[in-house]
Design a protein around this ligand. Structure first.
Ligand code: NOJ
Length: 536
């Protein structure tokens, strides 16, 4: 265990004089639009469905949305294969629906961040349709094309995300094109200034439409080795890649994206960097004070941890140690690519995970339905949609993308009037919004109250953070602002702890996993599997 002295070293100060940006005080909620709420009766969620539920989001207390892709797409990767950057796919609605949604969100004080996918397009994007025809068309150099080796084989040893070669042959050009993901998602050639200009134009389109930020997909893939040389380690993983991704020139593009966002005022760039990156690699994407890169380089370190004190303490300590002073942290437990929190940790422990996420120093990102304890849904083979599952069994992400249950007992739990694209979970009655709303013991109420407390308590929202020396299996930290001190204690072990055994003092309990009126049962708050926020 680290000593009290070394704990002191990782104390992070929040400068009181700092001009804070909106995103630093935000609580993000990621919506996967296909699965949120279907209003046009096709079994797939839509923008109108989100609009209908803005009041729900407002009452939960979140202050910013991140919408996964809703752009025109043949849906070979469910929207991460874009065939038109500046429009809405009819399955989700129209641009007017988008305008209505953003207006309503803004008038409810909810910011709007949308996904943006610049590394690759759909194979059906008009740019690629042209590009693949021959070597002389105007889009010939918009993607990454390379000649076969003399024996006809692929140009190098790069692999795509679902394993196998990252190259696919096109007879018309007698060349291969690169796809870091599915062959349906050809990588754009970011060394071509025309590509850069076209993508920046699309970014402007959305900023001019009022979005508060872009979540930029796979930002660290944008530039590849100029000579397309082999990876020295043929078994490389993306985090160890030295040729396929992580090229230094990519940093200039990121800085340009950041500068472009700032032209529109306080708009932000949230970068999706590879989820396997080390903490040091992750925090390097904050850039330097005079050369900012991303406002939010997605911090996936918690997402990789079990809900165990030793792992979480070590991760938090390393993160805070390496975080540059000008940077504001962010944290998440999950998203549309990984199994759900309630499945990984169990529904009972979902409260502990939420307590940590919503009291740490840093912007929290929630995934839709986690506030209800939604779990992964087991699918039969004929229900599978995600191509990743077909290519690599076990990699599919359908189980964690199923429809949100709104109404217990209603057809398809009120998500849609017809059979949805993915099944609603069998436990939907217990999980449904209307079962949990107004029930003081529900997980939803726990989230709502915790969010309200975070937003109303400056020390939790923006205070300093100091990790505290604590008994084994306990995560404890102090949040502190201008004399206001809160101590968060989460007992992840199997034995109760007594207040007297703590090497720091606590006073009244402000909030706990042990039920309402925490002040009445402080000792229960320190029981195995419980946690709370104390004044100090
Ligand atoms: C990352 C996204 O989160 C994932 O869902 C998608 O499949 C890949 N990027 C490819 O765009």
């Amino acid at each position: 265990m680290a000593t009290a002295q070394s704990m002191m070293e990782v104390q992070k100060k929040t400068r009181a004089d700092k001009q804070r940006s909106w995103f630093e005080d935000a609580i993000f909620y990621q919506i996967y639009p296909r699965s949120f709420n279907d209003t046009n009766g096709d079994g797939v969620g839509d923008l109108g469905g989100i609009l209908e539920k803005v009041n729900y989001l407002k009452s939960l207390g979140i202050t910013a949305l991140w919408l996964s892709p809703f752009f025109p797409s043949p849906m070979e990767d469910f929207g991460y294969d874009v065939s038109g950057y500046c429009d809405v796919d009819p399955i989700f609605g129209t641009l007017e629906d988008f305008d209505r949604l953003i207006r309503t969100c803004h008038s409810s004080d909810i910011k709007m961040v949308i996904d943006f996918v610049p590394n690759h397009t759909s194979q059906h994007h008009p740019w690629f349709v042209e590009s693949r025809k021959n070597k002389t068309n105007p889009y010939a150099d918009w993607y990454i094309w390379a000649d076969p080796k003399p024996d006809g084989s692929v140009p190098n040893n790069w692999t795509c995300v679902t394993t196998g070669s990252a190259w696919t042959y096109v007879k018309a050009r007698h060349q291969y094109y690169l796809h870091s993901f599915l062959s349906a998602q050809p990588d754009l050639n970011w060394r071509n200034p025309e590509v850069r200009e076209a993508i920046f134009k699309a970014m402007r389109f959305w900023f001019e439409r009022g979005v508060d930020g872009l979540r930029v997909d796979m930002i660290d893939f944008l530039i590849k080795d100029e000579f397309l040389r082999d990876e020295p380690d043929p078994d490389y993983r993306f985090k160890t890649s030295v040729r396929h991704m992580n090229q230094p020139q990519m940093r200039d593009i990121v800085a340009d994206m950041h500068a472009l966002a700032r032209e529109y005022g306080d708009r932000v760039i949230i970068g999706e960097i590879n989820s396997e990156l080390s903490v040091a690699q992750t925090v390097s994407y904050y850039g330097k004070p005079g050369n900012r890169q991303m406002d939010v380089p997605f911090n996936f370190v918690l997402m990789r941890q079990p809900l165990e004190a030793a792992a979480i303490n070590a991760t938090l300590r390393e993160f805070e140690e390496l975080l540059p002073d000008h940077a504001w942290p962010n944290h998440t437990w999950g998203n549309h690519d990984v199994p759900r929190v309630a499945t990984r940790f169990g529904v009972e422990k979902a409260r502990l995970a939420a307590l940590i996420l919503l009291t740490l120093r840093g912007t929290p990102f929630l995934y839709y339905g986690d506030e209800l304890g939604m779990e992964d849904v087991k699918l039969t083979r004929d229900q599978i949609q995600d191509p990743w599952e077909f290519r690599q069994p076990g990699r599919g992400r359908d189980p964690n993308r199923t429809p949100l249950p709104w109404t217990a007992g209603a057809r398809n739990a009120g998500f849609s009037s017809v059979d949805p694209w993915l099944p609603v979970g069998a436990d939907n009655e217990a999980r449904a919004v209307d079962t949990q709303l107004g029930n003081s013991a529900s997980l939803h109420t726990f989230y709502r109250d915790l969010i309200a407390l975070r937003q109303a308590t400056p020390a939790l929202l923006k205070g300093d953070q100091k990790l505290l020396e604590a008994p084994k299996d306990v995560v404890a930290y102090e949040r502190n602002l201008e004399g206001e001190r809160c101590i968060v204690i989460v007992n992840l072990g199997t034995t109760p702890i007594s207040p007297g055994s703590l090497p720091f003092g606590i006073k009244g309990c402000m909030f706990s996993t042990a039920g309402p009126e925490p002040a009445k049962h402080v000792s229960r708050v320190l029981d195995a599997g419980h946690g709370g926020i104390f004044s100090a």
